[in-house]
Design a protein around this ligand. Structure first.
Ligand SMILES: Cc1ncc(COP(=O)(O)O)c(C=O)c1O
Length: 351
């Protein structure tokens, strides 16, 4: 069967292919430690699991749920934003629970893009921005993130581009994969840029609690709701990647617009999952400290490994990944990641 044209140029997701290769190697008895995909391997807080168990046992929780999410979860999301980011969101109209931030990216593209509409996407950046834009008929306009510019958009360069057809801009800080943290100045400039050019800035914010003492929301900038939608997620911050809970935050109008699309796609999340997620969002700083202590220790190991592989990197990075420069002799990171053992062997022989 011939697949639809919209799938032309959309390959299988890189990690979906890579995980298959890893599976094969594990079957051969090799014990592969997977440092590739940002999927937390630790469980959520025991109280979160207990809530899911207790709620699932009730008789009246198994029906379809509201398309807008449970009021308990929306309230918890709104309080979480107030506590950690200092941002006020009306739980009734400015928060929309999602089945992960990834689904929000697709929903936003389907809600706002017509064929030929343009979208600014970061390079390097999370590959889903690009595929969601393409799947929804839009056109990606790359903007480069360079080390010498702190992996921030070069606004002077951007302003020289033709921006008339640009409707959306994806941004993500702490940035994946560079680990770059946001600054107040950067967030201020993004809001000014969005307003000046009538571009909806979509800030994808799933990493703000990982190895970062100062979580920030783009919505904390004065007047941001006029041109910003923010996506957030419990996947990384609460070790709940498989539970699929995220959120979209912004002005009531934006939430209503995205809900028009989303309510045609799914029928709400299992209520006990929503109530357990609300529990997770009420956890205090001790939880974040506990998670980060493990990541800090592991990151040191990754630094050691990268040093062994002759890679260079900055130690000032946040998020689940470590961004590093490969030694010049490799054509690409793929080459090094496919065969690091051969590299170490060659290096051993040379020494
Ligand atoms: C930048 C970025 N955004 C979104 C996601 C997806 O998050 P979720 O699990 O909430 O769909 C990821 C997952 O790796 C990510 O790296």
């Amino acid at each position: 069967m011939k697949v639809a044209k919209r799938l032309e140029g959309i390959g299988e997701y890189y990690f979906s292919q890579k995980l298959r290769e890893i599976d094969e190697l594990n079957k051969q008895g090799k014990q592969i430690i997977n440092l590739g995909i940002g999927s937390p391997d630790l469980p959520p807080h025991p109280e979160v699991i207990k809530t899911l168990q207790e709620e699932s046992e009730k008789k009246n929780v198994h029906a379809y749920q509201s398309y807008k999410g449970s009021p308990v979860l929306r309230q918890a999301m709104s309080e979480w934003y107030k506590t950690w980011y200092g941002v006020k969101l009306d739980p009734g109209s400015e928060v929309l629970p999602l089945i992960g931030s990834k689904e929000g990216i697709m929903h936003i593209c389907m809600t706002y893009l017509d064929k030929g509409d343009e979208v600014l996407v970061p390079n390097p950046g999370y590959p889903t921005y690009r595929s969601a834009v393409q799947l929804s008929g839009g056109k990606c306009i790359d903007y480069d993130l360079k080390e010498k510019k702190n992996y921030e958009p070069d606004f002077d360069k951007l302003k020289k581009k033709k921006l008339k057809k640009v409707k959306l801009m994806f941004v993500n800080y702490p940035q994946m994969p560079t680990g770059q943290l946001p600054s107040k100045e950067l967030f201020g400039k993004l809001v000014v840029f969005g307003k000046e050019h009538n571009i909806l800035i979509v800030h994808d914010n799933p990493y703000s609690f990982i190895l970062n003492d100062n979580p920030m929301s783009l919505l904390s900038v004065e007047g941001a709701k006029e041109c910003v939608i923010e996506l957030n997620s419990l996947s990384k911050s609460h070790n709940m990647a498989g539970w699929r809970v995220g959120m979209l935050c912004g002005a009531k109008e934006r939430v209503d617009e995205v809900l028009r699309f989303k309510s045609n796609m799914d029928s709400g999340m299992f209520l006990p999952v929503q109530l357990a997620a609300a529990k997770a969002l009420s956890l205090g700083k001790e939880w974040q400290d506990e998670v980060n202590a493990v990541y800090r220790e592991r990151r040191e190991k990754v630094f050691e490994l990268l040093t062994l592989l002759n890679c260079s990197f900055s130690k000032q990075q946040a998020g689940l990944f470590v961004w590093a420069r490969i030694p010049g002799k490799f054509k690409s990171g793929y080459e090094l990641s496919d065969d690091p053992a051969a590299f170490l062997e060659r290096r051993g022989k040379n020494m």
